[in-house]
Design a protein around this ligand. Structure first.
Ligand SMILES: [Zn+2]
Length: 283
């Protein structure tokens, strides 16, 4: 049974979230109040209290404007990984556009952190059946692992029949890359995403805990948790969006921090690269 699970943060601001994109023109990003530093610093302090190291998938756009934040995360001993540059969904980009922006984000994060960047997570888990070509691009530009595939059904992402277990997966060229899929558990035959993010805020804590234990104890696999810095910020400026997006983005923001403290006390976590190495996947 795995004795340690992976903890990850997708470092971006509240106005960059895919669910809010229809109400937030990209060219307005620069004019909005930035809250990513204070929110990420809060997460860094919660992790430091428990002496836990994690993987931070940093958006290139954010790294460019907050270079000191990337340096602080790296100096605290965490793994720096890439969340792309623009936060555009992969299946809306051309392979050439994806290659250019992803390489740019990798180079920038390596310069700022002084560490090799080997892990990648797509905006809104947007590596799906129609964007598997992205895996070849990731291999070409030197990534060793990806954590973008969600083995569930969702309106914006997911490959429902994808493997739940971390392992090597084949890109369309036949070459392979290590994939750490997002965690889902099965209750009464229903697949429930228990990986974190909105699910962590919307579902009761006991369900995340039960899902995590099922993945560890029944399937003998490590679990991966993810969160965004804005999810511990109930005071963030409210953006007018449709009902579904409002529900997904704003529900239980005030409950997230105490719930997170519980999770960090209940289980052992490490950066994704460490967990993959312990599995013998030698990233
Ligand atoms: Zn994101």
């Amino acid at each position: 049974m795995p004795d340690v699970n992976a903890f990850s943060i997708d470092v971006e601001d509240y106005f960059q979230v895919a669910a809010l994109a229809p109400s937030v023109p990209r060219d307005s990003w620069n004019t909005r109040e930035a809250r990513v530093e204070r929110n990420t610093d809060l997460l860094l302090s919660l992790l430091a209290e428990r002496d836990i190291q994690a993987t931070f998938f940093v958006l290139g756009w954010t790294a460019e404007r907050h270079p000191g934040l990337v340096r602080r995360i790296a100096a605290a001993g965490h793994e720096i990984a890439s969340h792309g540059f623009s936060h555009k969904l992969i299946y809306t980009q051309s392979p050439a556009e994806f290659r250019e922006e992803t390489a740019r984000s990798k180079g920038l994060l390596e310069d700022l952190s002084g560490q090799p960047v080997i892990g990648y997570r797509a905006a809104s888990f947007s590596i799906t059946r129609r964007s598997l070509w992205a895996l070849d691009v990731l291999i070409d530009i030197g990534f060793r692992y990806d954590s973008s595939i969600f083995p569930i059904r969702h309106d914006r992402y997911g490959i429902p029949d994808a493997a739940h277990e971390p392992g090597r997966i084949a890109a369309p060229s036949g070459r392979t890359l290590v994939e750490f899929p997002m965690s889902a558990a099965s209750f009464c035959g229903v697949t429930i995403p228990v990986s974190g993010g909105g699910y962590f805020r919307l579902l009761p804590y006991w369900l995340t805990r039960a899902g995590l234990k099922q993945i560890n104890e029944k399937h003998r696999r490590p679990y991966v948790f993810y969160l965004h810095p804005w999810e511990v910020d109930p005071a963030q400026p409210r953006i007018r969006v449709g009902m579904l997006s409002r529900f997904r983005h704003y529900t239980n923001l005030d409950r997230c921090e105490p719930r997170l403290k519980r999770l960090l006390g209940d289980f052992a976590f490490a950066p994704m690269a460490n967990v993959l190495n312990r599995l013998g996947l030698a990233v």
